[in-house]
Each structure stands twice: as structure tokens, then as C-alpha cells.
Design a protein around this ligand. Structure first.
Ligand code: TK8
Length: 339
């Protein structure tokens, strides 16, 4: 072997040894990411972000910090999501419904009675269908690290129990700011008003609206039982919760930092789903204790509600797009016929 070649080989070996010796933590810069959440501490989502925060700190030698601001302190879902898109805010934990203006195809997840249970929701969201949204998030300046759970939505109001769709006639319902919810609650005969989440409690308290619809955990977490008499277990839609980071920020992370953020977002997903799903009976008991009258809705009446809102699917077909609708339906068919 010539001297020149031997020298080059030795230099390469020395460099490789040096890189290997670089402590793992050196692949992490000291960073503090601000996270916006519309819920209050104590909600299953807060368990998820707490788990994600601990995980990121552990795996980065304390360098990758997440700092969460609850109760919409940094803005409601829509404004916070916009700030994440522009890069002025690092992360937001939001239902997908307010994102439909930027990513219309997300409306598919708001379609009434789309999912029958959490298993279907998990498999669609965590599988190929959920992953197919990645380029759409990217085009909106976002990276969705995982889907956590807001949950199955139920109707609460201050006028009467809702045991059949006719009971919603004349009820002024606050809905999330997207057309699927407006169409759904119009089709059910109520008077829907879109409002940001941060305005819901005061709108209910002042009777600006009679009712709203949200998962049990959120009704309890936001103390809606203080201003709502009736809770009807409709489970009329399932809301995913997106864990969004600004793509501008994400692209500055090292590959190791990106891997930790993804891995820890999944740890947070498991935690938020575990906590949220373990608590339904307990939450209903708390809501009753808080003064709410809770009623189930019979299978026959739920079917009548489904029949009443089926035209929403046709009305949203263009927004959602055939590709997305067909992919969701095919996955649901697979799940429902799997042995
Ligand atoms: C909380 C909201 C809430 C949503 C709504 O940030 O607006 O009713 O269900 O969960 O995303």
C-alpha cells in the first residue's frame, strides 16, 4: 500500500472514530418549543403533552424542551394554527376541524357518524389514510407528528333532553367553524352558530346559544356542566386531535431531533388515548354530580339521525374529494369485514 493511500486510510479511520465518539447529546441543540392548547390542564390531551415533554427531555439529555400554554392562552385553535403555519408559534394541539380552511380534505373526519368506534378511528388515522395527509400538511406549512384524541362528540344544551332528532328543533347550537358541522346541525333541525372554542363557555352562560357538542372529557374539563342542564350521548362524530409543529421549525431540527419528536408524539398519543378512554363512566358520574341530566339515545333514534344527515356526505363530496372519501371508505370496509 503506497504511503499516500495509507495516510488517507488512517485519516478516514480517525474521522470515523471521532464521529462515533461524539456523545449522542451533541446531536441535540438546546431548544424550547412553545405549544398552544385550547384545553385546560387535566384533560387527557394534557396527559399526552406531559408524556411527550418528559420523553423529549429524556431522549435529548434535557436539551429538547416543550413548554405548553393551556386554555387557549396563545390564541384559539384557528389563530394558533395560523401562527404555527407562519412559524411565529412552534406547535399547536388542535382538533382538525378548524384546519379545513387550509386543508379541505380534513373535512372527511368531521362527517357525521363516520366512525362507529375508537378502533376504526385509530386504524384510519394511524394508517395509510392518516399518513396520506402529510403532503397536505406540508403544503400548509405544517407537520402533523401524530393524531391524538379529542373523541366522540355528544350534544349538551340548556333546553331539553335530545332523545330524537326532532328534539333539536329550534335549539341554537354552537358548532365548530366548519361547514360539515353547520350542515349536520342544520340537517338535524337546530340553528347552528359557528364559534371559536374559547368563546363557548360565555356563549352558553349568557344563553347566546342553547347548546354545544363536544366529547365527554372536554365537557367536564371546561366545566360546561355549570351552564348546561342536559347531556345526550349521541356520539355523532369523532374528532381527531392533530399534534402540529411548524414546518419552518421542523426543518431546522437535526435528524435525531426530528426522530425524537416523532417518537415522543406517539408516546403522547398512547397516553392521551389511554387516559381519555379509561374515564368515560367516571366522567359521566362527575357530570351528573355537576348537575347534568344525562340520557342515552336509542339505536333506532341514532339511525334516524344518520338518515337525517346522510345528505351531508353528498354536499361535502367536492370538498373532501373522491380520493380521500374512497380511501376512508375502503379502509372502513376492510376493518369492518376483517375476521
Ligand atoms: C380545543 C378544541 C375543541 C373542539 C371545539 O382546542 O372547538 O369544540 O372540539 O376540542 O379543539
Amino acid at each position: 500500500m503506497s504511503n499516500r493511500f495509507r495516510t488517507a486510510a488512517l485519516a478516514t479511520a480517525a474521522l470515523a472514530a471521532l464521529v462515533a465518539a461524539v456523545p449522542a447529546q451533541a446531536q441535540f441543540e438546546a431548544r424550547s418549543l412553545r405549544v398552544s392548547s385550547g384545553v385546560a390542564k387535566g384533560h387527557p390531551i394534557s396527559f399526552g403533552i406531559t408524556k411527550m415533554t418528559q420523553c423529549a427531555a429524556e431522549k435529548s439529555g434535557g436539551k429538547l424542551k416543550l413548554v405548553t400554554y393551556y386554555d387557549g392562552a396563545l390564541g384559539n385553535d384557528t389563530t394558533a394554527s395560523q401562527q404555527v403555519r407562519t412559524g411565529s408559534l412552534d406547535m399547536v394541539l388542535t382538533s382538525t376541524a378548524p384546519l379545513v380552511g387550509a386543508i379541505p380534505q380534513l373535512a372527511v373526519f368531521d362527517l357525521p357518524f363516520l366512525f362507529s368506534n375508537e378502533k376504526e378511528a385509530d386504524q384510519v388515522l394511524d394508517g395509510a389514510v392518516g399518513q396520506s395527509f402529510a403532503p397536505r400538511y406540508a403544503a400548509a406549512g405544517l407537520v402533523n407528528l401524530a393524531y391524538w384524541e379529542n373523541g366522540f362528540r355528544n350534544v349538551s344544551n340548556s333546553k331539553r333532553p335530545i332523545a330524537k332528532w326532532e328534539d333539536l328543533q329550534g335549539v341554537k347550537m354552537r358548532v365548530m367553524q366548519n361547514k360539515v358541522f353547520l350542515d349536520t346541525f342544520s340537517a338535524l333541525g337546530s340553528n347552528p352558530t359557528p364559534l371559536a372554542f374559547s368563546e363557548v363557555y360565555s356563549a352558553l352562560e349568557t344563553r347566546t346559544v342553547d347548546g354545544q357538542e363536544n366529547p365527554l372529557a372536554l365537557i367536564e374539563n371546561m366545566k360546561f356542566y355549570e351552564v348546561q342542564k342536559y347531556l345526550s350521548l349521541t356520539r355523532h362524530a369523532y374528532s381527531p386531535l392533530a399534534v402540529l409543529i411548524s414546518k419552518k421549525k421542523y426543518d431546522t431540527l437535526t435528524p435525531q431531533e426530528q426522530a425524537v419528536m416523532q417518537e415522543c408524539a406517539v408516546a403522547g398519543q398512547e397516553e392521551s388515548r389511554r387516559v381519555g378512554r379509561a374515564a368515560d363512566a367516571e366522567v359521566i358520574a362527575k357530570l351528573k354530580k355537576g348537575g347534568m341530566q344525562v340520557n342515552e339515545v336509542s339505536a333506532a333514534e341514532l339511525q334516524r339521525m344518520r338518515d337525517k344527515v346522510k345528505d351531508v356526505y353528498a354536499a361535502q363530496a367536492k370538498v373532501v374529494g373522491d380520493d380521500t372519501m374512497n380511501a376512508v371508505n375502503a379502509e372502513l370496509q376492510r376493518i369492518r369485514t376483517a375476521k
